[in-house]
Design a protein around this ligand. Structure first.
Ligand SMILES: Cc1cc2nc3c(=O)[nH]c(=O)nc-3n(C[C@H](O)[C@H](O)[C@H](O)COP(=O)(O)OP(=O)(O)OC[C@H]3O[C@@H](n4cnc5c(N)ncnc54)[C@H](O)[C@@H]3O)c2cc1C
Length: 203
């Protein structure tokens, strides 16, 4: 007897497994070799509702739970690890902070398009000199003339080159140590945003 999974979880597994077998698996090797972002596959995952699976429908999500989301990631990962990471980074790192800590206005503006699959999300914490030691964050944000001016660089940001919205961390008050680091959401069309060199990750 299956005590944990409800009908909706079985449906998600069936849909994700079919999609993984028929669409993702045949392209997995090629995607890894070419190191290309699978825009069309991600778009299809959005159409299936995967890009907002665990978020409420009022925020553009599918209104399911974390178990359903984990099942979808598991099934996609069976076919292609990097496509699964793209999905997981978008849902957990891109949408997650906005859902957990964003204002209602931020949720409507940023989370809704991300959860609907209309915009890719990412989370930028890691820097060349701040990985495990996030307290070493050097990116700075200064409040000037009613705007925040940000200077710094991030590294290894999953979906960073294709994201429309990135939640990132920056130091707002050097005198406050770890308490002087805040999170910001930015639209990557903001002037000054630039994607750096692509890391060679395979082989
Ligand atoms: C596939 C992938 C996707 C990623 N996606 C993202 C993303 O979307 N957003 C993002 O912000 N970052 C992302 N990262 C970055 C990731 O979070 C960092 O790589 C991680 O935090 C480690 O930082 P680092 O690479 O600078 O290594 P370091 O922090 O320099 O660590 C190097 C080694 O030292 C060890 N070490 C570090 N500190 C200590 C300590 N105090 N005691 C003992 N051992 C220690 C570590 O375990 C590790 O083995 C991603 C990384 C990978 C590989």
């Amino acid at each position: 007897m299956d005590l944990l999974l409800k009908e909706e979880h079985h449906q998600v597994r069936e849909t994700a497994r079919k999609f993984a077998d028929e669409v993702v698996a045949p392209r997995a090797r090629e995607m890894d070799e070419k190191e290309e972002f699978p825009t069309d596959i991600v778009r299809q995952m959005g159409e299936l509702g995967f890009l907002g699976l665990p978020y409420p429908e009022k925020y553009g999500g599918a209104g399911l739970d974390m178990l359903a989301y984990a099942i979808a990631v598991e099934e996609i990962a069976r076919a292609c690890g990097s496509t699964a990471i793209t999905l997981a980074a978008h849902v957990s790192l891109g949408c997650g902070p906005v859902y957990e800590a964003g204002t209602e206005e931020q949720k409507l503006k940023f989370l809704v398009p991300m959860a609907r699959g209309e915009a890719i999300g990412a989370f930028g914490l890691t820097e060349p000199n701040a990985g495990s030691d996030a307290a070493g964050t050097q990116t700075r944000a200064e409040h000037r003339d009613g705007h925040w001016r940000v200077n710094g660089s991030k590294i290894y940001i999953t979906n960073g080159s294709v994201a429309k919205y990135i939640t990132f961390t920056a130091r707002t008050d050097a005198s406050k140590g770890t308490k002087g680091i805040s999170a910001f959401i930015m639209d990557t069309s903001t002037p000054g945003f630039r994607v750096g060199k692509r890391e060679k990750k395979m082989g």
